[in-house]
Design a protein. Structure first.
Length: 280
């Protein structure tokens, strides 16, 4: 008689839309392909309908899914999310820190630079760090539990930004650059802190066509495509594929890494077609 794999817990924060939703669904597909029936927790802040849609898509992959609301800018919510996740799921194999504040669309687009930056720091940096410290210690304790197979190392994955280390001009660069650089630096430090008991990695998207990218001007559409060697926007599914690789239990030797998912940064100068010389 074959032994069924023990179900594992998987948490994706900010999974009600965009990249987070794509990640959660892709991980559910991976679990089904591996013959596992895992328990998913889909985190959201306000978009309950989106979270329910994500959970429904996960269930279509024969996986269990529940949703949970929490505001990462609220320290009480952060602690509750960490505690409830382990209470609902038991042991957790995969934790993906995707949640981040959208300040480019909706009412937030009209906030001042200072307000956008303060809100981003509260959610993307302080909230993420506080949550990850709580979760990381609990993941580490699992390794010493008799319930867990010692050969399987739990993982935590962060979402960075490919341009954060070198910067980008304008308000967006001056907001997201320092915010995502802080997240990436924390991820690297957490990897050092929790090794070898927990694997910690970062995926850094380039220009990715989420809500803002779908409605932006022709200038940004052109720039996004031409700054990628693949000559297109990234898709949430591209980011999800990288996360699926990093969190796979078989990748037990991958930690402390950052992977840029940007189609390859284009450092070439492409002259306009009318002036370009014939290529040899």
């Amino acid at each position: 008689m074959s032994v069924q794999p023990i179900p594992s817990g998987i948490v994706v924060t900010g999974a009600s839309s965009g990249i987070g939703q794509a990640i959660a669904i892709r991980l559910a597909e991976s679990e089904r392909s591996a013959g596992r029936c895992s328990r998913f927790l889909v985190h959201y802040r306000q978009n309950q309908d989106g979270a329910e849609s994500t959970a429904a898509a996960i269930r279509e992959q024969n996986q269990d899914a529940e949703i949970i609301a929490a505001d990462l800018a609220d320290s009480n919510d952060v602690r509750r999310l960490a505690e409830d996740a382990f209470e609902l799921l038991g042991d957790i194999q995969t934790w993906v820190n995707n949640a981040g504040l959208d300040v480019l669309t909706g009412a937030a687009a009209d906030w001042s630079f200072d307000e956008k930056l303060q809100r981003l720091l509260a959610v993307d940096v302080q909230g993420t760090i506080a949550l990850s410290r709580l979760v990381g210690e609990q993941l580490k304790r699992q390794v010493f539990s008799q319930k867990r197979n010692d050969s399987i190392v739990p993982s935590m994955t962060f979402i960075g930004w490919d341009q954060a280390p070198l910067g980008m001009e304008g308000d967006a660069g001056m907001m997201f650059g320092p915010v995502k650089a802080a997240v990436m630096a924390f991820s690297s430090s957490l990897a050092q802190t929790l090794a070898p008991h927990v694997r910690v990695n970062t995926v850094s998207p380039g220009w990715t066509q989420t809500a803002w990218g779908e409605t932006t001007s022709g200038y940004w559409d052109d720039r996004a495509k031409h700054q990628s060697l693949m000559n297109r926007w990234g898709r949430p599914e591209d980011i999800a594929e990288a996360v699926a690789y990093l969190v796979a239990p078989t990748n037990c030797f991958v930690t402390g890494q950052n992977i840029n998912i940007n189609g390859g940064w284009n450092r070439r100068f492409d002259a306009p077609p009318t002036s370009r010389q014939s290529e040899l």
